[in-house]
Design a protein around this ligand. Structure first.
Ligand code: FEO
Length: 621
């Protein structure tokens, strides 16, 4: 039975997952499986982007047939000829004999090599910057040699801003129901597998990856569709940033990746002591036993960390076999720009240090530390100084900021005056959202521009607000910038009642409003601008959620000055009646003026009108 995913209005994922494969490419363990992605576009012409591995052929063909829904397949675009994406190509030709093959000359040659088929008459040849149109959708092709084979093409779809990136931006791991990277906690759950995938599959070809990154730089990429793993539609810049680091062999983290080969545990013991001392100095470490850890994991960690420590016993007058394999593998993957240290062991003739140094010394921009620790069978008394010297040498190459000395007791007694928070020069905004066909809004003072490339803002919203839940569910909001011409009624209307109980956009609304391109309301009375946000991240901070959003629309309505918190208190919020204040004993909400009568305001008290907490109350009387 078919299992497909809709990606955009016209584009469908028709790939499949393999969770039984033990070794990807016969080399890399994939305990969490792997996905083979193929995409099908329904336009005036139907276009399939790549096929899949033979292991998942039956489901793939069911998927294609289901999405085509009786239509013929007009085109298949081949981006990459490695059989994990092309093994089912021949069967595709048999099932859809009229299909035209969009590819480059090298792909056409490889089709002949793999399948003994000359498709010259059936081919639409596209080179670098070649163009293709399927009706509503226009494509530009980019050659991407050695990412990961020489024939590789990428293509860019102009209308929806989609980059079909071949192997690039892929990850190991089957798709378990989710298709978009933002549907999972990618950083926590998949980034290690993405790094292991990149470094082992294309790590060697950093220069070529840099070239294709330059080629696509400047394109408005709104979505990336790779041949393995998730489709990217959010936080694309942060994933691109990882690719720039990996492609330029720039460490992601300052820390030491320790790989050791130890037959009887003595070399491991020294690796442990060094790791422990580095940690005591605040230096991050990770440790791998090369005898039991797949080399692909250690290679990924070597790309991640700034410092590498290799510890190996001497074996048959050489380097221990699994360590020697690892080092040659690392060299083959072109690792560069690292600081490297060694520990050697040998009961009668330790040579592994010199030999490891020879392999790593041949690589680009490697800083080799001289302080090799040399063991004869085991660490002997007095050799602590050797370890100290090596740890010192690593420590000296790591810049660490020294924190100021803190008097904890003085810190604990330090005053926190709530009035200080009013010194922030906050603006004030009507935050609006829409769900179930209903507009709603509340007042916030936490709108901040985060970055300008891309245009990104943050808002913190109290979870007690109905608008909060609407944004959480829909991922969309508007903020209307209140100006000095705003009146108290606006604050009362949006701030002192909840959308859970009243419809704030019914006929009693005291302001005029309109709807922006995203369909949400914005306020046009007492405001000077509005902005629309599309949520890209949300962080839970107890009472509030911090939403990070891309700006999808931003319009200036007039040049009235924006209202500040201070202006609101001085000129908009009504002054308390001083005489009455003298007679009353209790606490008044500084935000909305609600009066709580009593000697003691409970610490967890929340204003029933504006939902502000106890710290926003001041004592009167
Ligand atoms: Fe996923 Fe280079 O093949």
């Amino acid at each position: 039975m078919y299992c497909t995913k809709k990606i955009t209005e016209d584009l469908y994922w028709v790939g499949a997952n393999d969770r039984r494969l033990a070794m990807f490419e016969g080399v890399y363990s994939v305990p969490r499986g792997v996905s083979y992605n193929s995409y099908l576009l329904l336009d005036e012409k139907t276009v399939l982007f790549d096929t899949v591995d033979k292991a998942v052929g039956p489901l793939f063909f069911e998927n294609v047939e289901h999405v085509l829904n009786g239509r013929d397949l007009d085109y298949v675009v081949i981006h990459h000829m490695e059989p994990d994406h092309s093994a089912t190509f021949l069967e595709l030709l048999l099932r859809y004999p009229n299909v035209k093959v969009v590819c480059n000359q090298m792909i056409l040659t490889m089709i002949k090599q793999f399948f003994n088929k000359d498709l010259t008459d059936q081919a639409v040849i596209v080179g670098d910057k070649g163009e293709f149109c399927s009706g509503k959708h226009n494509f530009t092709f980019f050659t991407a040699p050695m990412v990961h084979w020489p024939e590789v093409l990428m293509s860019y779809e102009h209308e929806d801003g989609i980059l079909f990136s071949a192997d690039a931006f892929g990850t190991f791991g089957a798709l378990n129901g989710a298709i978009f990277a933002d549907e999972v906690d990618f950083d926590a759950e998949y980034m290690d597998e993405a790094r292991r995938y990149y470094t082992n599959i294309v790590g060697k070809y950093g220069e070529q990856v840099q070239m294709i990154l330059k080629k696509v730089h400047g394109l408005e990429i709104k979505m990336i569709c790779p041949l393995h793993g998730f489709v990217w539609r959010r936080k694309i810049e942060s994933y691109l940033d990882k690719y720039v680091k990996w492609a330029t062999y720039t460490p992601e983290e300052t820390g030491v990746c320790i790989a050791y080969a130890s037959v009887y545990g003595h070399t491991e013991n020294v690796a442990e002591i060094i790791s422990s001392e580095l940690r005591d100095r605040g230096i991050k470490t990770v440790m791998f036993d090369v005898s039991v850890t797949p080399a692909s994991e250690i290679i990924a960690a070597c790309f991640q960390y700034s410092h590498l420590l290799f510890c190996s016993t001497t074996y048959n007058a050489g380097i221990f076999v699994s360590m020697e394999e690892l080092l040659h593998d690392l060299a083959a993957h072109n690792i560069q720009n690292r600081t490297v240290a060694f520990v050697e062991n040998g009961s009668w003739a330790p040579t592994s240090g010199r030999l490891m140094r020879e392999i790593i010394g041949g690589l680009k921009n490697m800083t080799m530390l001289d302080q090799t620790v040399s063991l004869k069978s085991a660490l002997r008394p007095g050799q602590e100084a050797d370890i100290e010297a090596l740890v010192d040498a690593i420590d000296k190459t790591i810049h660490k900021f020294e924190a100021p000395k803190v008097d904890e007791a003085k810190m604990a007694e330090a005053e926190i005056d709530p009035k200080t928070f009013q010194k922030f020069s906050y603006g004030l905004f009507v935050l609006t959202a829409k769900a179930d066909g209903k507009d709603n809004g509340c007042i916030i003072n936490t709108g901040i521009q985060l970055t300008s490339q891309p245009n990104r803002i943050s808002i913190a919203v109290n979870k007690a607000n109905h608008t909060h839940d609407m944004i959480k569910a829909t991922g969309m909001f508007n903020i209307s910038f209140l100006s000095e011409s705003a009146v108290m009624d606006t604050f009362k209307h949006f701030g002192f009642q909840t959308g859970k109980e009243v419809n704030k956009f019914d006929e009693h609304i005291p302001v005029s409003y309109a709807h922006s391109a995203n369909g949400l309301a914005y306020i046009t009375t007492g405001t000077n601008a509005y902005m629309s946000g599309k949520v890209v991240d949300a962080y839970d901070y107890g009472t509030h959620t911090l939403f990070i959003a891309d700006v999808t629309e931003a319009v200036v309505l007039n040049n009235d000055p924006s209202v500040t918190y201070a202006y609101y208190f001085a000129h908009i919020k009504p002054k308390p009646q001083e005489k009455l204040e003298e007679e009353r004993h209790g606490y008044v909400c500084k935000i909305c003026g609600y009066f709580y009568e009593g000697d003691e305001l409970p610490a967890d008290f929340v204003c029933p009108l504006c939902k502000h907490p106890a710290e926003d109350f001041e004592r009167v009387g």
